[in-house]
Ligand binder design. Structure first.
Ligand SMILES: C[S@@+](CC[C@H](N)C(=O)[O-])C[C@H]1O[C@@H](n2cnc3c(N)ncnc32)[C@H](O)[C@@H]1O
Length: 362
C-alpha cells in the first residue's frame, strides 16, 4: 500500500496489478478516460449539473472534477458495492481536503444508486460490460443530459467472440480488418436500441477506443419519433473476406448479414474543438491531446482500410509508406485521414480497388 498521484490528487494505492481483486480498484491507464469526462463536462454544459457515478472505486474521478472544475457541479451522487472502496474514497476526499458538501455517498448496487434520482450526467464505468446498468441509466437521464458509457468487454463487441456478441448485445458480428471501429459502432447501436425502448433519442457527441476499452458520450433527448428514426437507421451488412468491401442493407436478407450496426457520425466536431481549447485544465495532456487531435481530423466514413492486410489478401509487396499512400489518394481527389484507433489504418471515401491499384503500381 502506498500513495500515488494523478494530476492534482493523491490516493491510497494497493498495488501495480490491475485486477478486480485489488482491495480498491485503480487503473492509471484510465486517466485518459477521466480526462475525457472532465473536459467534456466543462465543454458541453453551461450550468452546474447533477452528476452520478455509481461505481467510484477510489473516488479519483470525482476528486479531480471537484478540484479542477468545482463550478460545474450542483450535486454528486456516488456509490460502490464495495465497502472498502467507499471507505477508502471518503478517506481520500479528506486527505485531499476536498469538501463533501455536494456529495452523497451510497454503499449499494449501482442500479439503486442510479435509480435514486434524475441526472444531467451519468458515468457508467463498470468492470467489463455496461449492459446491466444501461436500462436504468437511460430512465434516469434528464433531457439534453450526457450518458457516458465505458465498455471493457472489447472482444465481445469487436467480433472475437461472435456468439457472446449475439447473446449480450443482440448483434451479428465477424472479425473484420476495421475491428476497433466495428466494436465502437456495435456498442452505439446497442445503446440506441435500449434508449428507444424508453422513447429516448441518443446523439453521439464523442466516441473512441483506446487501450483496452470503448467509451461513448451520448446526448440524451426525449422523443419517441426521433428514437424510432434512429433505430430504423441502424444497418445490416455483408463484408467480402478478401476485399473487406461492405454492402449495407436495411434488412437482414440472409444469415450472412451482420449487424444491426450504427453508421452515423462518431463525434460532434464542434464539441471536440471546445475540448481541445480546454486542454489547459490538465497538467499531463500529451495522450489526450494526441487522441482528440486525431478524432478532430477523422473524416466521416464507415471503417478504414488496413493496408498491410489488404496487401496480404492481394499478395502485393508495396514499399509505399502510409503517408505516401495517403498523398496518392488525395492526388486522386479522395478524402483521407488516419483513424484514431489503428496505426495501420487509412480512412477514405475511396474503394478498395483504388488503394489496391496504388499499392500494385508502387
Ligand atoms: C472499473 S471500477 C470503477 C473505476 C472508477 N470509475 C475510476 O475512474 O477509477 C468499477 C467499480 O465498480 C464497483 N462495482 C462493481 N460492480 C458493481 C455494482 N453492481 N454496483 C456498484 N458498484 C459495483 C467495483 O467495486 C469497482 O470499484
Amino acid at each position: 500500500m502506498n500513495t500515488i498521484n494523478e494530476e492534482n490528487i493523491s490516493i491510497t494505492h494497493y498495488g501495480e496489478l490491475i485486477s478486480k481483486e485489488l482491495k480498491v480498484f485503480y487503473n492509471p491507464v484510465m486517466k485518459l478516460n477521466r480526462d475525457m469526462s472532465l473536459l467534456l463536462i466543462k465543454s458541453y454544459f453551461d450550468k452546474p449539473i447533477t452528476f452520478c457515478d455509481p461505481m467510484i472505486a477510489s473516488g479519483i474521478r470525482e476528486m479531480r472534477f471537484l478540484k479542477t472544475i468545482p463550478e460545474m457541479f450542483e450535486s454528486m451522487t456516488v456509490g460502490d458495492i464495495s465497502k472498502d472502496a467507499l471507505e477508502d474514497a471518503k478517506k481520500n476526499f479528506k486527505n485531499n481536503s476536498i469538501s463533501e458538501e455536494k456529495i452523497t455517498f451510497l454503499h449499494q448496487n449501482a442500479i439503486n444508486t442510479i435509480a435514486s434520482q434524475f441526472y444531467h450526467f451519468i458515468e457508467v464505468d463498470p468492470f467489463g460490460s455496461p449492459v446491466p446498468f444501461l436500462d436504468i441509466a437511460l430512465q434516469r437521464m434528464k433531457h439534453n443530459g450526457i450518458l457516458s458509457v465505458t465498455a471493457t468487454d472489447t472482444a465481445a463487441l469487436c467480433g472475437t467472440y461472435p456468439k457472446k456478441t449475439l447473446r449480450r448485445y443482440g448483434i451479428h458480428v465477424k472479425f473484420l480488418h476495421c475491428y476497433e471501429e466495428l466494436g465502437l459502432r456495435n456498442l452505439i447501436s446497442y445503446v440506441q436500441k435500449e434508449a428507444a425502448k424508453h422513447d429516448k433519442q441518443l446523439k453521439v457527441m464523442l466516441s473512441y477506443s483506446s487501450d483496452h476499452y470503448y467509451k461513448v458520450f451520448f446526448k440524451v433527448l426525449d422523443g419517441a419519433q426521433k428514437a424510432l428514426e434512429d433505430v430504423k437507421k441502424l444497418k445490416y451488412y455483408t463484408c467480402d473476406p478478401k476485399t473487406q468491401h461492405i454492402e449495407f442493407s436495411e434488412f437482414r436478407l440472409s444469415k450472412e448479414y451482420l449487424g444491426p450496426i450504427y453508421t452515423g457520425e462518431l463525434c460532434d466536431k464542434g464539441l471536440v474543438e471546445k475540448m481541445i481549447d480546454n486542454l489547459n485544465l490538465l497538467e499531463d495532456k500529451k495522450k489526450i491531446e494526441k487522441l482528440l487531435t486525431l478524432i478532430s481530423e477523422e473524416i466521416d466514413v464507415f471503417g478504414y482500410f488496413n493496408t498491410h492486410k489488404l496487401q496480404k489478401s492481394f499478395k502485393i509487396g508495396s514499399n509505399l509508406k502510409f503517408s505516401e499512400i495517403m498523398e496518392k489518394l488525395e492526388e486522386k481527389g479522395f478524402e483521407v485521414s488516419k483513424p484514431h484507433n489503428n496505426r495501420l489504418g487509412i480512412k477514405s471515401n475511396c474503394s478498395y480497388e483504388d488503394i489496391v491499384e496504388i499499392l500494385k503500381e508502387n
